[in-house]
Design a protein around this ligand. Structure first.
Ligand code: XMP
Length: 513
């Protein structure tokens, strides 16, 4: 480990990332690793300050469930088992883990029954979140019981001769009212972590690392105007200056005036930018194509071709491709169906590194999205840029349902601009995770003056989310929706009806295609 850290071993719980985010909120560095890497780690490494074992969809009673050798950690580093992790510790020491009469799911009051550092400062009882089908029925004599609830005998324990703890509940979930304080007790007081993982610290460490890794090498990078690629580019620029070559491709599927604003922002940031107007190429490649997946493929392929061509025009020898990959994209998550060593690779510019035979440099690959924003702010990037909603790589390509034409792009740009401007003016933009207008292929009858019209329907979408995996539709006030609707219908030629999408994800998705 290069940095003093907490290691979180993932057994497939849906909450594992939340544990990591809680630890990072304390400004303590941590990493998530799949449980089957426990054997590879040298736990006597001074930089490893403590270990957390996550929950799991498995039962420790299942024969094929994960049973790593924890003796390599126990007694060597402080250890906290959460749910499955706690059951594993109990089972290994001869305790009894049995099936609960029913799955215990929801809030529970927990009583701490001994003075323990893990529960220091917490109310007694305190409310926690339970989600388990198995229960620890008994613990061996070498364990000390430290908390219990009305329905489960062992809610938390400590192993007497070790700094190892087990908890049956989930402190990482916000429903556990004082869960963060419990995690803090573990991370700061038991493990002795120093809270030094600040944006400034990250920037200094990363710049030093980039300088030594890249030295005199040149890097090429595609920029989209999004937060991640921008922050990554600014870091690279601060490390290597004009050795970073940025390419911005206008695919003709961006928001109104977006390309100009993006270029303007980048120039202000001092980046070495090459803007490429490829609108016509994209429209030609997409001509007559209505299938969403095919559109995505064409947009991706066309982008790669153009980027490759532009990169080859740069006269310097380019060894590296810069990317704005962030931590959720690289976490080796354990799938419910068994441990998987595959790394989820999500690159908006997928396929580029292979095609271009370049090494990849990803300065943000260990950061969560909120940390990227904080680093961006510390680098002096404008708040308006950092607070931008996510925008899909294929842009309006997946917001114009059916085939794409330049005329349709113009209609959607106008409607989308009215929608966005109103959200900004009313203060709703910052309360929403993602919003956008969709041009549907539906035409409907309307009336304007004495004339009958037969024109397009625009749908408006706005969602609350934390990571795009699930989403709730936003209850935008009727008055604001009314204003947006009438402005769109009155000002955008070709639209005579506006509807608002009231579907959550799942079962709907955020984008319509
Ligand atoms: P869905 O529609 O799957 O969207 O609920 C979840 C999040 O992903 C974005 N999205 C994409 N981003 N390329 C991207 O870079 C894509 O093809 C793509 N499709 C969806 C979407 O905007 C939302 O933030």
């Amino acid at each position: 480990m290069a940095h003093s850290s907490i290691l979180i071993f993932d057994f497939g719980s849906q909450y594992t990332q939340l544990i990591a985010r809680c630890v990072r909120e304390m400004q303590v560095y941590c990493e998530i690793l799949p449980w089957n890497r426990i054997d590879e780690i040298n736990f006597s490494d001074e930089n490893i300050k403590g270990v957390i074992l996550s929950g799991s969809p498995f039962s420790v009673r299942q024969e094929d469930s994960p049973h790593p050798d924890l003796s390599r950690i126990q007694g060597i580093k402080p250890l906290l088992g959460v749910c499955y992790g706690a059951q594993l510790l109990a089972q290994n020491a001869g305790g009894n883990v049995s099936a609960s009469d029913m799955r215990e799911y929801g809030r529970a009051q927990i009583d701490s029954i001994s003075d323990n550092i893990l529960f220091q400062g917490l109310a007694n009882p305190t409310e926690v979140w339970m989600s388990h089908a198995d229960t620890i029925a008994s613990i061996p004599d070498s364990f000390e019981l430290i908390a219990t609830t009305a329905s489960i005998p062992v809610a938390a324990f400590k192993i007497k001769e070790e700094s190892s703890y087990g908890i049956q509940f989930h402190p990482e979930v916000t429903h556990s009212k004082e869960g963060r304080m419990l995690l803090r007790n573990f991370v700061i007081d038991i493990c002795g972590c120093i809270q030094d993982f600040t944006p400034e610290h990250f920037i200094n460490e990363t710049l030093a690392d980039l300088k030594s890794k890249l030295n005199k090498d040149h890097v090429v990078m595609a920029l989209s105007g999004g937060v991640d690629s921008t922050v990554a580019a600014v870091l690279l620029h601060q490390a290597i200056g004009i050795q970073l070559h940025c390419i911005v491709v206008d695919n003709g599927l961006m928001r109104k005036n977006e390309m100009d604003q993006v270029i303007d922002n980048y120039k202000h940031l001092g980046l070495n930018i090459k803007a490429v107007d490829a609108k016509k190429k994209f429209y030609l490649a997409l001509l007559g194509v209505a299938d969403p997946e095919q559109k995505r493929k064409i947009i991706g392929r066309t982008f790669i071709e153009i980027f490759d061509e532009e990169a080859h025009k740069i006269t310097e020898d380019i060894k590296w491709l810069g990317q704005g990959t962030i931590y959720p994209d690289v976490i080796e998550s354990v799938s419910v169906n068994g441990p998987s060593a595959t790394i989820k690779s999500h690159h908006n510019v997928g396929g580029l590194p292979e095609r271009m035979h370049m090494k990849v440099v990803e300065p943000l690959r260990m950061l969560f999205k909120d940390e990227v924003r904080k680093v961006g702010a510390a680098l002096g990037i404008d708040n308006n840029l950092l607070k931008r909603h996510p925008f899909p790589g294929p842009g309006f390509g997946v917001r114009i349902l059916g085939d794409i034409t330049e005329a349709k792009v113009k209609i959607l740009q106008e409607a989308d601009a009215i929608y966005t401007d109103n959200l900004l003016e009313s203060g709703w933009y910052d309360k929403i995770w993602q919003a956008g207008a969709i041009l549907t292929p539906i035409k409907s009858v309307g009336v304007m003056g004495d004339e009958r019209t037969y024109e397009n329907v625009i749908a408006l979408r706005a969602v609350h989310s934390t990571d795009g995996m699930t989403a709730d539709w936003v209850h935008i006030p009727y008055d604001l929706l009314a204003k947006i609707s009438s402005e769109i219908i009155n000002r955008v030629k070709g639209v005579n009806r506006v509807v608002y999408d009231i579907s959550s994800k799942p079962p709907a998705t955020i984008e319509w295609e």
